[in-house]
Design a protein around this ligand. Structure first.
Ligand code: BTN
Length: 278
């Protein structure tokens, strides 16, 4: 029998996303691709050509999806969300990394609104996890010149309706479908992420840090109050995570000497002591 597209798949298009977008700026200019290499690459091309901030590229499938630390991001068609938002924050480049955490808060708010029973949280700094497995990854890339930001690309991959994962990642990856037992309408989720991101970004713009979102982020942080293993190339250690500071650094009380240290993403990553997240 010929493969037929599910209703949800048929409905996922620029038209269906536009129909539920209720933001002022973010996502109002929308580029939808059935297939592309990477929405971050597409967004970069638009940014290089001088597009306005708020342009959103969404794809149904990516052939060369990228994750953090040069990893691949698997992006099959008809199931998930792959999207990248172009931003032009008027802050110093060091502060732009916080955009990733602002996006993580926003994705989780949107997921919780659509699936209220879901037990999701943020694994520092920006993975959304459910039951100790990842459902969303965020790849933020920046272009700056002479200490000034030209643009920031916030790339988001959400595992929405994927029913199975390859063996290599099935211990650490899951989808909203696998965790909730129901299909989620991707157009609606895209538009709700944009809605919450626009609200949160307005707070971010006031201080160019996370001061006004600290409580919200920390309440979503699944590592908070838990033992974590800090994978620092200079030497791994364990400690208790107490939350983030306004720059997005994770405050860890080291187990070996009781010292409070601030861990910043980049070279360093954090794992739970028992599993991927906690
Ligand atoms: C991670 O490693 O956790 C980040 C994954 C980010 C994947 C998204 S999918 C949309 C955008 N385009 C890409 O090539 N990557 C990001």
């Amino acid at each position: 029998m010929a493969e037929t597209k599910s209703d949800e798949n048929v409905r996922f298009s620029g038209k269906t996303i536009n129909a539920c977008m209720d933001t002022e700026i973010f996502g109002r200019t929308l580029v939808f691709r059935d297939e592309t290499e990477s929405t971050n690459n597409d967004a970069r091309a638009f940014a290089e050509n001088g597009c306005k901030p708020g342009l959103l590229v969404v794809a149904d499938m990516q052939t060369a999806g990228r994750g953090r630390r040069g990893r691949e991001w698997l992006a099959p068609s008809g199931q998930n969300i792959y999207m990248t938002l172009v931003l032009k924050p008027e802050c110093v480049p060091d502060n732009a990394a916080a955009v990733t955490l602002v996006m993580a808060i926003s994705v989780l708010e949107a997921v919780r609104e659509i699936i209220p029973d879901i037990e999701g949280g943020i694994k520092w700094p920006n993975d959304i996890v459910v039951n100790n497995k990842k459902i969303c990854g965020i790849l933020t890339e920046m272009c700056a010149e002479s200490g000034k930001i030209r643009y920031v690309l916030a790339g988001v991959g959400v595992n929405v309706n994927q029913k199975e994962f390859p063996n290599e990642i099935k211990e650490t990856a899951t989808s909203l479908f696998l965790e909730s037992g129901m299909e989620t309408e991707r157009s609606r989720l895209v538009s709700r992420v944009m809605y919450f991101f626009e609200q949160n970004y307005r707070l971010f713009e006031k201080t160019w840090d996370l001061k006004l979102m600290l409580d919200k982020y920390n309440s979503m942080l699944i590592n908070r109050g838990k033992r974590v293993r800090v994978l620092d190339p200079k030497g791994e250690y364990e400690g208790i995570a107490h939350g983030i500071n306004e720059n997005g650094g994770l405050i860890v009380e080291r187990q070996d000497n009781g010292e409070l240290v601030y861990v910043y993403a980049g070279e360093v990553s954090v794992r739970g002591v028992y599993g991927y997240a906690i």
